[in-house]
Design a protein around this ligand. Structure first.
Ligand SMILES: *Cc1c(COP(=O)(O)O)cnc(C)c1O
Length: 496
């Protein structure tokens, strides 16, 4: 199994090399040279544990990893220490639809699904590549990746991680989770800008030859924990299969029956993993791309034009406040028939003018994608509606997806069963949720708001919430976007 860069189809590497590098040297993203196909005997397969299913699904993608390496990584990631639900990713029937709960990991957002295994895949990749460099992970976060990445890389030998987050652009709990992170090898930096600024700058730093050279002198190389790293994407394929298996097991669907998934989307990593699952043979009907007011993807699916020249909105679903969805490059590359020259042209247009249009002849690849966008007001209404009707509390990101699915169902005849991908625990967003339920929280501290929420949910606080309420904040920097490069060098070289 080999991977190639979206910007140069001739540049091919192994899975281990792709995972260590994060981003291809030409600035492209790694994609499979060919999609592995799985031929599944569902009767048996649907009985597998999350761990055993992970092995079957990851194996063809990571053919250069030994069975032992893979099993070790899976066991180290998906266990009772890291996930508070025995089935890791339960599906819950609510009304006539289903919620796939991906928030039972350590940091209570779906980023844990991939980031809990990524450090173990990287360690194995280093062995396979005979690589004894220290790894410096740079990560931009829209709120959830940062904490999940730090939690999983904390105190991992020969690894440092620097997380950049938009100051004022994430929820108060998300911020507290990050700045209370332990581990001398973890660094948190607030930037005066938004997620797109952070992500674009990091891509630039990754390809800055001067910086690469300076770090190399100290035996350090970059990698990424963002979903531009294929090592983030592959573990996300697993839960699409696992969700489907649970529907079979619970007699909700027949084998081979198509199922639709609605995915609350920001950087397009989660939904792309769904597309990859479909390419492997999973009977997915539609993938519904749910956006908040930053509706650049919705507009693309409608018109074929990707245009980031628009206002950037801070919404109640901050982890989706993104205008440049980096994984979309992968889908566009597949749509172009994997023509990297054409892809490079579009990406250059995006860089120069902030937009590009995909010619109609290439748009077939998007059959099977539907889209809707949901305002903050509609998000709150959805939280309240689902709670009143089903006594089930969803976070604002999940509410965007839930409302988007309903909107699409009003206009399209959706025959399949609908799975809504639930990406965060309500405990991460007490303010937005309480205000959706018309509970006044003016003058309330985070702690009081969390307790009000607990009275409604009636479940114990997840551990990370205990930590937030008790932990000391660590020292963190706030810098301008232009100072990010310097900050990376300072932090990286100081610690060698
Ligand atoms: C990251 C995130 C998303 C968006 O996922 P992408 O893979 O970036 O599209 C949605 N919801 C939550 C809670 C997230 O943390």
């Amino acid at each position: 199994m080999y991977y190639k860069s979206t910007r140069n189809s001739d540049h091919q590497v192994t899975a281990a090399q792709a995972i260590l590098a994060g981003l291809a040297p030409d600035g492209g993203l790694y994609v499979p040279v060919e999609f592995p196909k799985l031929d599944i005997e569902w009767e048996e397969f649907s009985q597998l544990s999350y761990q055993d299913m992970s092995f079957v699904i990851l194996k063809p993608w990571l053919s250069d990893f030994s069975d032992d390496q893979l099993r070790e990584a899976i066991t180290a990631a998906y266990n009772a220490k890291n996930f508070d639900h025995p089935s890791v990713a339960p599906v819950r029937k609510v009304g006539r639809d289903y919620f796939l709960e991906l928030f039972h990991g350590n940091t209570i957002a779906f980023k844990d699904m991939a980031l809990s295994i990524l450090p173990h895949l990287m360690r194995a990749a280093k062995v396979n590549c005979d690589n004894d460099q220290k790894i410096l992970i740079l990560t931009a976060t829209s709120g959830d990746t940062g904490k999940a990445a730090m939690a999983s890389f904390a105190d991992v030998a020969d690894t440092q991680i620097i997380v950049f987050y938009p100051k004022g652009g994430i929820s108060s709990i998300q911020e507290k989770q990050m700045i209370s992170q332990k581990g001398d090898n973890t660094h948190v930096v607030a930037i005066f800008g938004n997620f797109d600024h952070a992500q674009t700058k990091i891509k630039e730093i990754f390809n800055n030859q001067e910086v690469i050279g300076q770090l190399a002198e100290e035996g350090i190389q970059f990698s990424s924990a963002n979903s531009m790293n294929i090592g983030r994407l592959l573990p996300q394929i697993i839960y699409y299969y696992y969700a489907y298996a649970q529907l079979i097991k619970q007699n909700e669907i027949e084998i081979a029956e198509a199922v639709d998934f609605t995915v609350p989307t920001g950087n397009f990593g989660n939904i792309l993993a769904g597309y990859y699952a479909k390419q492997m043979g999973l009977p997915i009907g539609n993938l519904i791309c749910a956006s908040n007011d930053n509706s650049v993807l919705f507009d693309f699916f409608k018109s074929g034009e990707y245009n980031k020249n628009r206002p950037f909105y801070q919404t109640l679903s901050p982890s989706m406040d993104i205008l440049v969805s980096s994984n979309f490059e992968r889908l566009v590359y597949h749509a172009l028939g994997e023509d990297s020259e054409k892809l490079v042209e579009l990406m250059r247009e995006l860089e120069l003018s902030g937009k590009y249009t995909l010619a109609e002849e290439y748009q077939n690849a998007f059959d099977g994608f539907l889209a809707a966008h949901i305002t903050d007001l509609e998000t709150k209404t959805e939280i309240r509606k689902v709670f009143d009707r089903d006594i089930y509390l969803i976070d604002p990101h999940t509410a965007v997806a839930s409302a988007a699915m309903r909107r699409v169902r009003e206009t399209h005849e959706l025959k399949a069963k609908q799975v809504i991908v639930s990406t965060a625990s309500p405990y991460k967003f007490p303010e937005a949720i309480l205000s959706a339920l018309n509970i006044n929280i003016e003058d309330k501290t985070d702690k009081q708001a969390l307790q009000l929420l607990q009275d409604i949910i009636q479940s114990d606080f997840p551990r990370t919430i205990h930590d937030v309420l008790t932990a000391e904040s660590k020292h963190y920097l706030s810098v301008e976007v232009d100072a990010m490069t310097e900050t990376v060098l300072d932090l990286a070289l100081k610690n060698t």
